[in-house]
Design a binder for this molecule. Sequence first.
Ligand code: MN
Ligand code: MN
Length: 466
Amino acid sequence: MSKSEAKDLKKELFTKKKNAGFIMSEDEINEADRFCKGYMSFLDSAKTEREAVIESINLLQENGFEEYDFKNTLNPGDKIYVVNRKKAIIAAVIGSEGVEKGFRINAAHIDSPRLDLKQNPVFEDNQIGFFKTHYYGGIKKYQWTTIPLALHGVIINSKNENIEVKIGEDDNDPVFCVCDLLPHLATQQMKRTLSEGVKGEELNILIGSRPFKDDKESEMVKLNIIDILNKKYGIVEDDFISAELEAVPTFKAKDIGFDRSMIGSYGQDDRVCAYTALKALLDCKGIPKKTAITVLTDKEETGSDGNTGLNSSYLKYFIYDLAEKLGGKPRQVISASECLSADVNAAFDPTFPDVLEIRNASKINYGVCVTKFTGSRGKSGTSDASAEFVGRIRNLLDSKNVIWQTGELGKVDLGGGGTVAQYIANLNIDVIDVGVPVLSMHAPFEVTSKIDTYMAYKAFKVFIED
Ligand code: MN
Ligand code: MN
């Protein structure tokens, strides 16, 4: 065989995957950049699961979706949504075909790692005021020190009133932070392992330092802080017990790089898939054949348990109710349904090449990532999509010019992670993970590629339009 024959044969037989920058037209790259402007403003206004629900409702209503009451009748083309306890949302467009062939679901999560306040958070130590926190989700604790933090959430007071808190986002607002030791005095701390470098109970948030007034009472700084909060929000110390307050980075979403090819922001896991899955439904062309559903869930980062997480029955109930309403048998409809578990994957980082297996790692700018299975150490805790379903999805993406890649989260035996896929699979639904590769995942400032984000949107859209 001559050299040129081998070259031709390679072209024919070897993988054709390459950087999307070599494949996409300039127009399409511009379109991706334009699409990401909307995504970046979503990131800035939806930093918590509650805010993501509110922003989603705004977008849904602007696009003709109405809150659904199960007393109403449903017709093909109807656009509906239901909200679960202000922290999760399901939206749907009713399809034109019979329901027995199932629904098409894109499922993403809208909770992100952060620092939650404890229920007795306020304390004063040596005339400095702090909040105690319990971190939420998997974080590298040292990353959450010495960055500006904002406080978002709700407080339910003794009259059962709902008090919204959002402080630190406006340019005139104060911000908060967790302090770290100066290097000069950190000799002992530097000997700790990285995971212990800053401990959970050391993640105390700095909230004030000025005493109420100079008299003989103790805890004057704490009193001054609670007095300020009382005047601003009408709350007393015990109201924190019935509060959900989340400290998140104050950073706004930014273009990254001289070429502006990437996005840096807090909370891209998994709002990059939440926004794209929601937009796919909003932009869905005409009336889909199968009822199209986007579910944006809570509690993925803590294992999907709880009534707003996808390990609860709320998605199943929604599907059952819709199936009945549309004249189908619920069990038959759910079993015939298909789902893309829309969640991020770990992008290959050349600075830390050892943790990923390069032949099976996702890379930024190679398109949306399709992950057959998650889990770790013998595929523990995975749903492992069937070859048939992977085949269906890859052929669909190829036929619609969606640039995609495959990727596995980490080397075998090195670690791993799960998504909501297994909980959806447990409902007897065909499901596969499809999402955007992320650099610095779970850090206060995560990085994605604009092209991959756009390709995720295209993937979720062709899936429901097919
Ligand atoms: Mn995720
Ligand atoms: Mn995550």
